[in-house]
Design a binder for this molecule. Structure first.
Ligand SMILES: Nc1ncnc2c1ncn2[C@@H]1O[C@H](COP(=O)(O)OP(=O)(O)OP(=O)(O)O)[C@@H](O)[C@H]1O
Length: 273
């Protein structure tokens, strides 16, 4: 059987009338880990948000498919139920909704994509057993599931909540946007270990990161470098190592046009701010 494949072809994305992505091509297969790197403002988060169908990010050209399904024709909810998951840098808080209740709903919806609101959820006993097992595996205190979703969570706790969500939902493809998550080194290491424990080979993983620690337990088979809204280079884990050691000077010099576009987007950002 062929592995589920997420295929992005010539993707152009704008916010308002500002073009950000300018022709991104990327093929990810289930079981692969891809690192997306690149200097600030190059378009990494925009790619994740466009894959998830964020309404502010308009696809003006190109396609995204999950096997033979047209992802761009799906609502964000359908994309999530179809097995695409994104962990955000700053996830939304839902005061009054406990983690366990949120996870029971989300897990039911992913396992039964046809389910309508109000229809039965996964039986409580079965769900509790599974949640407890996953939390023990991730060495998390069960009390955590009684807290309100992201309400007053520290940066590290938000990350833990997202990793637990990922462990429960078992998405086909997961996008982790870690770009400026402000986690300390210990929290990043814990997140890295937890992703490895969930089993990255059971998903297709796209890790957007500036941290080498996050890739420590999850060495990428593919490293992509984004500059000026395009992927300008792709290599293996040695490319991630090179960029962590030497930064982006070599890439900028090798791709002066993309570098100029990147600078332009950043200076527009400064004017808007
Ligand atoms: N909602 C938005 N409104 C206006 N401009 C946006 C919006 N989202 C992204 N941009 C612009 O698009 C460009 C790319 O941003 P994006 O966040 O995708 O980059 P990034 O590579 O993830 O950067 P970083 O590493 O700094 O997180 C930037 O110039 C940014 O200002």
């Amino acid at each position: 059987m062929t592995k589920p494949t997420l295929t992005i072809t010539n993707l152009h994305v704008s916010v308002g009338d500002k073009p950000i992505l300018r022709g991104v091509d990327l093929v990810m297969r289930h079981g692969e880990t891809h690192a997306m790197m690149g200097p600030n403002g190059s378009g990494k988060s925009t790619l994740g948000l466009a894959i998830m169908g964020h309404p502010g990010y308009e696809v003006t050209e190109g396609s995204i498919t999950l096997d033979d399904q047209d992802v761009l024709a799906m609502s964000p909810d359908e994309r999530a139920r179809g097995g695409i998951f994104m962990a955000f840098q700053r996830p939304m808080a839902i005061p009054g909704v406990k983690m366990a209740d949120f996870l029971r709903h989300a897990t039911t919806n992913v396992r039964n994509p046809e389910r309508k609101e109000g229809e039965e959820l996964i039986p409580m006993r079965e769900f509790r057993k599974e949640l407890k097992g996953k939390m023990e595996h991730l060495r998390m205190d069960v009390e955590f599931a009684r807290r309100y979703v992201n309400d007053g969570f520290s940066g590290g706790e938000m990350k833990r909540a997202e990793i637990l969500t990922m462990a429960m939902l078992q998405p086909t493809f997961a996008i982790l946007d870690e770009t400026d998550s402000g986690l300390d080194a210990d929290a990043v290491r814990l997140a890295s270990e937890s992703i490895a424990e969930i089993g990255r080979e059971k998903m297709g993983l796209l890790i957007i990161t500036h941290h080498d620690k996050l890739l420590e337990h999850n060495p990428p088979e593919f490293t992509h470098v984004m500059l000026g809204g395009r992927i300008v280079e792709t290599g293996g884990s040695e490319l991630a190592d090179e960029l962590h050691t030497n930064g982006y000077d070599r890439i900028r010099k090798a791709h002066p046009e993309a570098d100029a576009l990147n600078q332009e987007m950043l200076s527009e950002e400064a004017v808007e701010a």
